[in-house]
Write a protein that binds this ligand. Structure first.
Ligand code: ATP
Length: 423
């Protein structure tokens, strides 16, 4: 089919249990989708009949129907096809099993199921979490979504982990709405950037999620869905075991990799249900460059919003004297140089005060909630700013911030991640 032909308006009649998959690869391209007849959903979010949804470059979409539907697609897609084989029935069975556990938890007045989704990269972990969360809220539940995947920053910025109560299905264009998410800052795009810090903030996040579950009955019975990193070997695997322990998971859904499934069956306590699931044939592998572009896009959206929901960030100067700037992690010292009693790996969680310099320009910085310096490492964060300029003569820094002056707390923690603001 020529590009010309692909861009015309097309109608697709889907039979029950079929899925229309398409990709909008090229930047600047837009594809419009309308449900003409029947019922259909995108990753668990029901489509409204007659409403037109817009998808921009980079979108990879699957429109699934349980009972059959007619869809209209307008615009240039890179790939578009109907799949008859999908794992949606199995995913829906997982949801049904979790729902049973939620009902049981109500009867016995205990907490609902904590489920962790694991697997290598590009197997659809985030997508499965989204489907399970959407199905849960459509049943009137209020689950907590925990994202431990620092690469894309599903809850906040890339380089963070976090949790958020999900109150309504994800919007097809903008994802889940995030009201007051709980965010912890790693400042690296993979946990290996500072594995000890990653471990600490995972423990901290788990403790806070547990605290938040307690007072809210509805959320407590709805349970938690945890998304994890695709790093499943060596230290990455150890982090999965740690997450399983600190979040006290009840169910682990292992996507695609039997080896990982067998390792977890061997290493996790018997009372945890470990289930192997096939990945969907529709999941698209992302190249390194696409992944990095998606990360940049996520950061841009944090400041400027999405086409549907635009934001207007503020830019202002602060005197160096009015902010405390830190980095987490100091260079490693030989053991012989360490003070008595200090473990050699402690340098990774050392708080280092920084004087602004031109090298920090374009770096992101987390605005910490910490009141005392001792709390900075494990404190959750209010949000992010980007250091757009450092004036060494005037001793000021220019910040790009979603909020106007002043900062909610003048404690900034520098991130390894950068953002080139082209606006
Ligand atoms: P990572 O390891 O990077 O976190 P992941 O395992 O979480 O990846 P997803 O992000 O869920 O994988 O999926 C990768 C891409 O595939 C996403 O862009 C998603 O929209 C797309 N995708 C998932 N399922 C399908 C499907 N059934 N049809 C078409 N595209 C899909």
């Amino acid at each position: 089919m020529t590009d010309e032909k692909k861009s015309v308006l097309q109608e697709y009649k889907l039979e029950a249990d079929n899925e229309l998959r398409f990709e909008v690869e090229t930047k600047g391209e837009k594809v419009y989708l309308t449900l003409k007849n029947g019922l259909a959903e995108i990753f668990g979010t029901e489509l409204v009949k007659g409403k037109t949804y817009e998808f921009t470059g980079g979108s990879k979409v699957a429109v699934f129907t349980w009972h059959g539907c007619t869809l209209q697609v307008k615009g240039k897609t890179d790939v578009i096809y109907t799949a008859r084989e999908t794992p949606m029935v199995i995913y829906s069975n997982c949801h049904a099993a979790l729902e049973e556990m939620r009902t049981e938890s109500e009867i016995e007045n205990k907490r609902g199921p904590t489920t962790m989704v694991v697997g290598p990269t590009d197997v659809g972990k985030s997508t499965l979490c989204k489907i399970l969360l959407n199905y849960a809220v459509r049943m009137g539940r209020r689950p907590i979504y925990v994202d431990l995947d620092v690469g894309q920053g599903g809850i906040s910025m890339p380089g963070t982990i976090g949790a958020s109560v999900i109150e309504r299905p994800a919007s097809v264009d903008d994802g889940f709405s995030q009201e007051a998410p709980l965010v912890y800052h790693l400042g690296h795009k993979t946990p290996s950037g500072n594995i000890l810090l990653y471990q600490k903030i995972t423990e901290e996040l788990a403790a806070t999620v547990k605290e938040r579950l307690e007072p809210n009955k509805k959320t407590r019975h709805s349970g938690v869905i945890i998304n994890t990193c695709g790093w499943v070997k060596g230290d990455g695997y150890k982090q999965l075991l740690l997450a399983g322990k600190v979040f006290e998971v009840d169910v682990v859904l292992v996507l695609d990799q039997e080896r990982l499934y067998n390792e977890l069956v061997r290493d996790m306590p018997n009372y945890i249900k470990i289930v192997f699931l096939q990945k969907s044939g529709g999941v698209v592998e992302l190249s390194k460059s696409v992944r990095s572009e998606a990360r940049d896009q996520r950061i841009r959206e944090y400041f400027y919003g999405t086409p549907k929901n635009q934001l207007y960030p503020h830019s202002y100067d602060l005197k160096w004297a009015d902010v405390k700037l830190f980095r987490i992690g100091a260079p490693k010292l030989p053991a012989s140089c360490l003070p008595h009693g200090m473990k050699p790996e402690d340098h990774r969680t050392k708080l280092v005060p920084l004087t602004p310099h031109s090298g920090i320009s374009h770096h992101l910085a987390a605005v910490s909630f910490a009141e005392a310096e001792d709390d900075v490492i494990c404190a959750h964060v209010a949000g992010f700013v980007c250091v757009s300029n450092v004036d060494e003569e005037r001793q000021t820094i220019t910040l790009l911030s979603p909020q106007p002056k002043p900062l909610p707390n003048a404690v900034l923690v520098l991130s390894d991640l950068q953002f080139m603001d082209s606006h």
